[in-house]
Design a binder for this molecule. Structure first.
Ligand code: SAH
Length: 296
């Protein structure tokens, strides 16, 4: 074997097999969002001076209002666009600045994806149980991962996430957000009741082009490959080979992955370039485990 290390590590990729760190296309490393502390007074000033009010698209607003009447307890004000605006402003203050992501998150009614008993927490920056031992990711993590995806080469060239594979549909919230920035979203879920529930909610909301697949996302979804963007909502010890195989040239993958010898997960980004895959490691995160096989 020659002295020079291969540029692309062999996959499935584990963190302890990663060689040189992180060639991150976007410039400066950022602090983990979870650790960002915003003083209330400063936050108020920034909120007052920042983003214009975003309005949901008419069809989303309509479907959402209708669905809200059926799902959310009355009098909570969760069907108001303002409550999402406030969440989006807090994300902006916390350092998440991609307009496309914030606009999409301002349009998707997160409370409709959440158990009615927990609905008052829908616009807090917290993960929440969605049944079957799974959770909906916290809004700042959804925003951060999609922001990373948008910095991929194809996404920057297209001004869109292009064709997206999401592993772990869960309740379908993130798939809905992704769909507003993508040509097509294929979202795979291994737990049938979650898949079914997400399907009925997304059917009602009429968001962007999403195709929900009941299957083992560790295999990706070959029929629609290659993908410009791959995002995983569950983390294992390694990135499945199928994900790398199904990543388009110029595509980007964002996934949680466990650090070797520890329970700690980090966000890993992989870019497929002409010269192979280039990876970078980002902040610590906490996701449910990536599991193989199906739950019927
Ligand atoms: N994006 C989701 C987050 C769901 S939590 C949302 O917005 O709600 C992660 C999901 O990944 C869980 O529903 C879990 O069942 C699913 N998951 C874990 N391993 C998987 C696999 N191999 N294939 C498909 N889904 C998987």
């Amino acid at each position: 074997m020659s002295g020079s290390a291969p540029r692309a590590p062999k996959f499935p990729l584990r963190l302890d097999q990663m060689t040189a760190p992180a060639r991150l296309p976007a410039a400066a490393p950022r602090k983990p969002i979870a650790k960002t502390v915003v003083k209330p007074a400063l936050a108020r000033t920034l909120v007052a001076n920042q983003r214009p009010v975003l309005r949901p698209q008419a069809h989303v607003q309509h479907a959402h209002t209708e669905a809200t009447r059926r799902v959310a307890p009355s009098g909570l004000g969760l069907d108001s666009a303002d409550v999402r605006q406030r969440m989006v402003r807090r994300l902006h203050v916390a350092g998440l600045h991609a307009d496309a992501v914030l606009d999409a998150m301002a349009r998707v009614p997160r409370h409709l994806f959440i158990d009615p008993a927990l609905v008052t927490q829908a616009y807090e920056d917290t993960s929440l149980p969605i049944g079957h031992g799974q959770t909906i990711s916290k809004p700042s993590v959804v925003a951060r991962m999609i922001e990373l995806l948008l910095q991929g080469s194809n996404a920057r060239a297209k001004g869109s996430l292009g064709r997206v594979l999401e592993v772990g549909t869960g309740c379908g919230y993130q798939a809905a957000v992704l769909s507003l920035m993508a040509r097509q979203v294929i979202s795979v879920e291994r737990v049938r009741p979650l898949h079914d529930k997400a399907r009925s909610m997304l059917d009602r909301l009429h968001v962007g082009p999403v195709r929900l697949v009941y299957g083992d996302g560790m295999l990706g979804h070959a029929p629609n490959a290659p993908y410009d963007s791959i995002i995983a909502a569950a983390g294992g010890d390694a990135l499945p080979q199928a994900w790398l195989d199904q990543l388009a040239l110029g595509g980007r993958l964002v996934s949680p992955m466990r650090q070797p010898g520890s329970a700690q997960q980090v966000l890993v980004v992989v870019d497929r370039t002409e010269r192979g895959c280039v990876h970078s490691v980002h902040e610590s995160v906490s996701f449910v485990p990536l599991k193989s096989g199906l739950v019927g």
